[in-house]
Design a protein around this ligand. Structure first.
Ligand SMILES: *Cc1c(COP(=O)(O)O)cnc(C)c1O
Length: 365
């Protein structure tokens, strides 16, 4: 019965299917949610683990995305190379800004820094007087950016050309949180010092909140990749990533026997366990042990025992159709949301995606 294809999959490891059409639909949805603003794409951390070049190229060619954000200048240089034919004029902003030993990368790859301190501003303005930069004002995150009280000093620097003034919401995951409107109002006040700069406040959450958060430029990341930026699922966002693992063994376990390291699962009745090729070495969190579920041919099966480095056991006893070696278990994607999988593992969609390891094959569909 087993085709050669199935036989091949027996020895294969985990993979993700990355739906580039859904990615582009999410970009279009975010653009329509904030119609007065330009929509940029945040592609830091290898486009949230999905692959910088294919993601950026799809957004540039299919959706004409022309503005990108990364965290490090090295990421910006990689992105510049990836976009050399599809979007050679793209603007690439680098959140972490220039350091003395990275400023050359900014020049070589035509990157635009996001300035976070007076020191960075002085360095940039003296090295490249009048060259555009973004300025990050910290309105309450207390992480990165210039304090609101110091902004007048930046505005007074004649060689500093701030083309985007940006800030970042600390509590975007909870749209009703009082801190959101406080930050928005502090940001609007700061912006009066930079009348020529475009304003950017919204990441995914802000872009999906009311128009007072949209400003001139939105910077979504996670929603592009199918993750909800909120503490709940958001039906506007289409699933992009499906995590799959092949079943490598089926075993019968008698009542009273245990499964996996530490014997954390005990069979209370005769139990059927499907062992799949996926583990914490691939970025699947051990916190999902005995909690997270997978879907096999449309039926749900919970993890039995501890997640180990390369393998996970699934309790498939109750499945109507007993699964076979070579079949696929899906951990999130079309059958169950990324958000639900992350919750079951005590984490967030961002961490689950960016944690996907190098053994997980990225397949673009
Ligand atoms: C990562 C990041 C974003 C994107 O955030 P999402 O929640 O993934 O949309 C936007 N702005 C800044 C400053 C960031 O660090």
């Amino acid at each position: 019965m087993h085709s050669e294809n199935t036989a091949n999959r027996k020895t294969a490891g985990p993979w993700v299917d990355i739906d580039l059409t859904a990615l582009c639909e999410n970009f279009a949805m975010l653009r329509e949610a904030a119609p007065g603003a330009e929509t940029a794409a945040v592609v830091k951390c290898d486009a949230y683990g999905l692959g910088l070049a294919p993601i950026a190229q799809a957004l540039a060619t299919r959706e004409n995305c022309q503005t990108f954000f990364v965290a490090y200048p090295e990421e910006g240089a990689q992105l510049r190379a990836a976009l050399s034919s599809s979007a050679p004029e793209a603007k690439i902003y680098v959140f972490n800004g220039p350091l003395p030993d990275t400023i050359k990368i900014f020049e070589e790859a035509a990157l635009t820094p996001v300035i976070n301190s007076a020191e960075q501003a002085k360095k940039w303005a003296s090295r490249k007087p009048g060259a555009p930069c973004a300025l990050h004002v910290d309105t309450g995150m207390n992480r990165l950016g210039a304090p609101v009280g110091e902004l007048a000093g930046f505005a007074a620097m004649s060689d500093l050309n701030v083309d985007v003034l940006m800030s970042h919401l600390a509590c975007g995951s909870e749209p009703g949180h009082a801190k959101n409107s406080e930050q928005r109002d502090a940001f609007a006040h700061s912006a009066t010092l930079f009348p020529n700069a475009r304003q950017s406040l919204a990441a995914s959450a802000g872009a999906l909140m009311d128009p007072s958060y949209h400003c001139d430029l939105t910077r979504p990341g996670i929603a592009l990749y199918g993750g909800s930026p909120f503490d709940v699922d958001d039906a506007r966002i289409k699933p992009v990533v499906t995590l799959n693992a092949p079943i490598v063994q089926i075993r019968r376990v008698a009542a009273g026997e245990t499964v996996g390291y530490g014997a954390t699962f005990t069979a209370t009745a005769p139990t059927l366990i499907a062992t799949v090729a996926l583990g914490y070495g691939d970025g699947f969190p051990t916190a999902g042990s005995n909690k997270a579920v997978a879907t096999i041919a449309g039926e749900r099966a919970k993890i039995a025992g501890r997640v180990s480095m390369d393998l996970i056991g699934l309790d498939v006893t109750a499945l109507k159709t007993p699964p076979q070696v070579g079949e696929t278990a899906e951990f999130f994607g079309k059958s169950g949301s990324l958000h639900a999988a992350a919750s079951a593992c005590g984490t967030i969609p961002y961490e689950l995606l960016t944690g996907l390891g190098g053994r997980v094959d990225r397949r673009y569909v």
